[in-house]
Design a protein around this ligand. Sequence first.
Ligand code: CIR
Length: 273
Amino acid sequence: MVPPDPPQRREERKGPPKLLAMTREISSSIGDCELTYQERRPIDLALAKSQHLRYEQALEELGCTVERLPAAPELPDSVFVEDTAIVLDELAVITRPGAESRRPETEPIAAALRAYRHLEFIRAPGTLDGGDVLRVNKQLFVGLSFRTNADGIEQLRRILQPFGYGVAAVPVRGCLHLKSAVTEVDRDTLLINREWIDADAFGRVRLIDVDPAEPMAANALLIEQAVIYSSAFPRTRKRLENVGIVVHPVDASELAKAEGGVTCCSLVFHFSS
Ligand code: CIR
């Protein structure tokens, strides 16, 4: 009988790290989603699903392996997986979303992430939405928002400190999450709406302002050398392309009615196969 490989031998056989994008199918109850700044408008579920599929294809075109979790009919906002976890190279932190209706979303995400990472958890009374967490290298900027409170940020700081990450709280005003106001579009380059966030918080990075006619345009999803970006913001897209950023446009009109942007619908991280 051939003995099984010792663990270190299996390690040796691992290929180079690849990118995994975890997504979740849109819930049939998406029309009952949480809304903070927008009026409720009807969402075309079939159109939303086909846009979501295109989004997943864009992730694949940019080199991601997509792992799609099944829909949760009873959880309207469950497509917005970004809010449920912060996935870093060393571990994943399962959040405690600020909206009570969204808290049950985390369990299946934790179960799926357990295959890839050690897990830590944000606990009551802390609240934290992943949409409030922007990572730039080893620094995490965390929005102090309607959804994320000081206790949640403090817990995150304590969990990540041993791994060498800095955590800085940044007050957010006038929008749902920090990443509605600012996202990374290139190494050390941020796309920002300064109406909603104080640019000084981010130190010496290059900043690109959204076009004033497109206040919602700061949400872009950087995948290696390109950004997935909503086609609703052509003026800001031009600004990105003018400085050499490669833009991969997607139509995200339906989930935008649920106050979701392109970062919200995936958790992207490295994994070894
Ligand atoms: C909510 O209000 O929680 C959802 N309707 C939208 C969440 C969008 N997520 C994100 O920006 N990270």
